[in-house]
Design a protein around this ligand. Structure first.
Ligand SMILES: NC(=O)c1ccc[n+]([C@@H]2O[C@H](COP(=O)([O-])OP(=O)(O)OC[C@H]3O[C@@H](n4cnc5c(N)ncnc54)[C@H](O)[C@@H]3O)[C@@H](O)[C@H]2O)c1
Length: 282
């Protein structure tokens, strides 16, 4: 099967980025959301991002226009019938995603592959919600999608070799580098990154060093582009706490216990950049 049309479910932060890179790579794209307003925002965002790429000289104006022309939007799942690949990038909620996947499966053709961009849910469990779990796979993009080169490909227990091979092909055609990860909480990158940030919070909590010195240490000592505490503020401390709690529960291992200071800051409403205060003030 040749994949020519990709449908993206969810026009939010990740969905509009996935639609953008898919259209730029030459795929026909159908962007689906429950909300017309979200579709309008998504298309406006990807339009601005394409213009920025043109003004930076990374793509030609003609390519940006052609990419925009390849994107259609809809709130109607019956439009999915023509897609060969559906990438689900809707709100991170198990019950919601299970409902969406059942709706997708009921509207696509026999051969259509279905992928999820979930960050924290089990690909195996999501696959089990549809009749053909062998055609289901995780494709985990990074934010912002047009800028980040990596995609983690996650095989559920049921994913077939053919589905996996197609996911690798599409990822490469999108200009991304795939790595393959098993279906465990956090896959590879977040599994390593988030406990590192949590450890930085323990170091801060113990008063071993100031927030500035912890970040300077990791930037200059490990060549990290941004220190772990500034990164915590950027991601959102509530999001980090939810991820650590999911690791703690998912692995049943005390090494993933969230730092008490992280819990306390979330309880205080110090969520990082989005609340104006985290380890730093904004
Ligand atoms: N934001 C990130 O940094 C990031 C990174 C990697 C993966 N992810 C994952 O990507 C997915 C999307 O995250 P996001 O940050 O783009 O979320 P978001 O909140 O920005 O967008 C979610 C979109 O899904 C839409 N939606 C909700 N219910 C729907 C339905 N029934 N049908 C169609 N659309 C529906 C919402 O209207 C919204 O536009 C999540 O699974 C998340 O875990 C997020």
């Amino acid at each position: 099967m040749t994949i020519e049309q990709i449908a993206v479910i969810g026009a939010g932060t990740m969905g509009n980025g996935i639609a953008q890179v898919s259209a730029l790579a030459g795929y026909q794209v159908l962007l689906v959301d429950v909300s017309e307003a979200a579709l309008e925002r998504g298309v406006a965002t990807l339009g601005k991002n394409l213009e920025r790429q043109v003004s930076k000289g990374s793509i030609e104006a003609g390519n940006a226009d052609a990419a925009k022309a390849r994107i259609r939007t809809s709130t109607d799942y019956s439009q999915l019938a023509a897609a060969q690949l559906v990438i689900e990038a809707a709100t991170e909620n198990l019950q919601l995603k299970q409902r969406i996947l059942q709706q997708v499966a009921a509207n696509v053709g026999e051969q259509c592959l279905i992928a999820t961009n979930t960050s924290s849910l089990s690909v195996t469990e999501l696959a089990a919600s549809i009749a053909h779990p062998e055609r289901f796979i995780g494709v985990h993009f990074f934010n912002p999608v047009p800028m980040m080169a990596l995609v983690e490909i996650i095989r559920g227990l049921q994913t077939s070799d053919a589905t996996y091979a197609q996911a690798l092909l599409v990822t490469e055609k999108l200009g991304k580098t795939p790595i393959t990860a098993g279906n465990r909480p956090g896959f590879v990158v977040n599994r390593i990154l988030v406990p590192m940030i949590n450890e930085a919070i323990f170091v801060r909590q113990e008063g071993l060093a100031s927030a500035e010195d912890i970040d300077t240490g990791m930037r200059l000592g490990c060549n990290q582009p941004i220190g772990p505490l500034a990164l915590a503020d950027l991601i959102g401390l509530d999001t980090l706490l939810a991820i650590m709690q999911a690791f703690h529960e998912g692995f049943n291992d005390s090494k993933y216990r969230p730092a008490p200071l992280l819990k306390e800051m979330v309880a205080a409403g110090y969520l990082g950049r989005k609340s104006g205060r985290g380890f730093f003030t904004y």
